[in-house]
Design a protein around this ligand. Structure first.
Ligand SMILES: NC(=O)c1ccc[n+]([C@@H]2O[C@H](COP(=O)([O-])OP(=O)(O)OC[C@H]3O[C@@H](n4cnc5c(N)ncnc54)[C@H](OP(=O)(O)O)[C@@H]3O)[C@@H](O)[C@H]2O)c1
Length: 309
């Protein structure tokens, strides 16, 4: 089957042919209809998990997928052939990813059925970004209706998902973006957008939120001092969180997604309820993965990029 892989860390991804996998006991083989891009994909290609998990090379990239169960492995299984499913393929070894025509998934891993009314295309935009957003709201930062959340990097995949889920809980999202994204972020549910290329975020935030925000979720800072700039905008006793491991001890928490089928079920229910629909910014053939990954390194995401094998 065709797949996008790197032959070594930091090598340029390329389309190659690899053997089609077959499902073991308790697994399913999914025929992928859509895979979705996450920054995690190029971070893994750069060696993010080197030394922390076993890898196989050529390392097939990609974790998010939506598709249909093609083959059910031996033994009991909660899925049947033809089921519409979506999920995140994150189990070790790293390198059996979803930028491919097929992927195998254990039935008890981060895979769930796609309910009627949600297309596979819409489902493919949800797994990593949606689960991250939902888990941040459930366990990452404690927020009540009426609270204010400062969301840095709000226009991308996680930001779009978190803005919608927070707004559905009557949390007031102040979106920090680069560029004029007011219309877009308002449509997603943000009460205010701050263009960090035009305005000082502390000044603009301080003008509208007296006493500090209840929580800061920082999706972009790549070092502790940048994180601190935003974390200082929270009120005493507030919460600050980094998805990039940049929160120093005592100032905030570093979030790590724990993906699961149960979380995907909750996400699907939120999608059915109309609480979340992550915008798709483009749909491309697998051959475009290398170019799209390179572009994502430079920022500029406005929702999710999908690939059709
Ligand atoms: N720890 C975890 O478990 C976990 C889970 C999910 C994601 N993550 C990480 O969280 C980060 C965000 O993920 P994502 O999927 O949302 O990425 P994404 O879809 O690529 O979006 C990132 C967004 O940040 C914006 N941005 C970059 N620099 C900015 C700045 N200085 N101010 C405001 N906006 C800025 C980008 O747009 P502009 O460049 O136009 O500003 C883009 O819209 C990634 O590093 C990802 O790896 C971690």
């Amino acid at each position: 089957m065709r797949a996008v892989a790197v032959p070594a860390f930091r090598a340029t991804p390329e389309v190659i042919h690899v053997p089609k996998p077959s499902p073991g006991p308790g697994e399913v083989l999914v025929k992928i209809e859509y895979a979705a891009l996450n920054p995690f994909d190029w971070q893994v290609a750069d060696g993010l998990l080197d030394g922390r998990a076993p890898h196989v090379f050529p390392l097939v990239l990609g974790v998010d997928f939506a598709g249909r169960v093609d083959v059910v492995g031996p033994g009991e299984n909660r899925f049947v052939v033809g089921d519409a499913v979506y999920g995140q393929a994150g189990r070790p070894p790293v390198g059996t990813g979803t930028y491919a025509e097929y992927v195998t998934m254990p039935q008890d891993a981060a895979i769930a059925g796609v309910p009627d009314g949600i297309t596979l295309r819409a489902a493919a935009a949800l797994p990593t970004a949606g689960m991250t957003a939902l888990q941040i709201l459930r366990t990452g930062v404690a927020l009540e209706p009426g609270d204010t959340l400062l969301l840095v990097g709000a226009a991308g995949g996680v930001g779009s998902a978190l803005t919608q889920l927070a707004a559905a809980r009557d949390i007031r999202v102040v979106a920090v973006v680069r560029g004029d994204e007011r219309e877009r972020m308002r449509a997603l549910g943000a009460v205010l957008s701050i263009d960090s290329t035009e305005q000082s975020v502390p000044e603009a935030c301080g003008r509208v939120v007296l006493g500090g925000v209840d929580a800061v979720v920082d999706l972009v800072s790549a070092d502790a001092s940048s994180f601190e700039t935003y974390a200082r905008l929270m009120r005493p006793g507030g919460a600050a969180l980094s998805t990039r491991g940049c929160a120093p001890p005592g100032l905030g928490v570093n979030f790590h997604l724990t993906a699961s089928g149960a979380l995907l079920d909750a996400l699907a229910a939120a999608a059915v309820a109309g609480e979340i629909h992550v915008p798709v910014e483009g749909e491309y053939p697998l051959e475009k993965v290398p170019e799209a990954l390179e572009r994502n390194r430079g920022g500029g995401a406005r929702g999710k990029t999908l690939f059709v094998p």
